[in-house]
Design a protein around this ligand. Structure first.
Ligand SMILES: [Zn+2]
Length: 195
């Protein structure tokens, strides 16, 4: 059964996965909202349900393998693959690229679904798509739990997101929170409150 966007938002809130404050994102931009995704990912029953919905959206497509970028994408790829009955592999960071390690291989023509937890700028997913190119696989699409670009990211393939939110992010020199002199936090810090 599919989950409504409201229900997903509710789960994220209940788990304390949506933080409000002043954050430096991994992209370098500043934002007043941060998704502490592991607050969700620590609960297997939530992951099972969310990934079940993602798997459902691609169930009519034949898929051979689900690929996710480290770190959250490992959990998403594993659970989506479990529910689709395919294998799951992981794209690890090497400099500014993604690579397959641990003996993972892809055969030419295999049908690949790319998944990740939160789409902030689309950077990680783009790295995975670039990594896949030389393998000459068929990318079926991209499945994401939360697209915080509000559907603005164009990845050049079918993109399914369980929840789409428009969350503002600013270049540091344009950040209104910096202008107000609010202290910035790196995600993962303890000086945060959830709402
Ligand atoms: Zn700022």
């Amino acid at each position: 059964m599919s989950i409504s966007a409201d229900e997903i938002l509710q789960v994220f809130r209940e788990c304390g996965a949506i933080l409000h404050g002043h954050f430096r994102l991994s992209s370098g931009k500043h934002s007043d909202t941060y998704f502490e995704k592991f607050q969700i990912l620590q609960h297997p029953h939530h992951v099972e349900r969310l990934c079940g919905d993602l798997a459902e959206r691609f169930r009519t497509e034949p898929i051979d393998v689900v690929v996710g970028p480290t770190t959250g994408g490992v959990i998403i790829a594993y659970e989506v693959a479990r529910q689709l009955g395919t294998r799951a592999i992981y794209a690890e960071r090497e400099g500014d690229k993604r690579v397959l390690r641990r003996g993972f291989t892809l055969r030419e023509g295999e049908r690949v679904l790319v998944v990740d937890d939160i789409l902030t700028t689309g950077g990680s997913v783009r790295e995975v798509l670039e990594m896949l190119e030389p393998y000459r696989v068929q990318v079926v699409g991209v499945g994401i739990l939360v697209d915080r670009t509000g559907g603005q990211a164009d990845l050049g393939v079918r993109l399914e997101a369980l929840l789409r939110l428009s969350v503002e992010a600013w270049q540091p020199e344009q950040c209104p929170l910096c202008e107000r002199g609010e202290p910035i936090t790196e995600p993962g810090s303890r000086f945060l409150h959830s709402a």
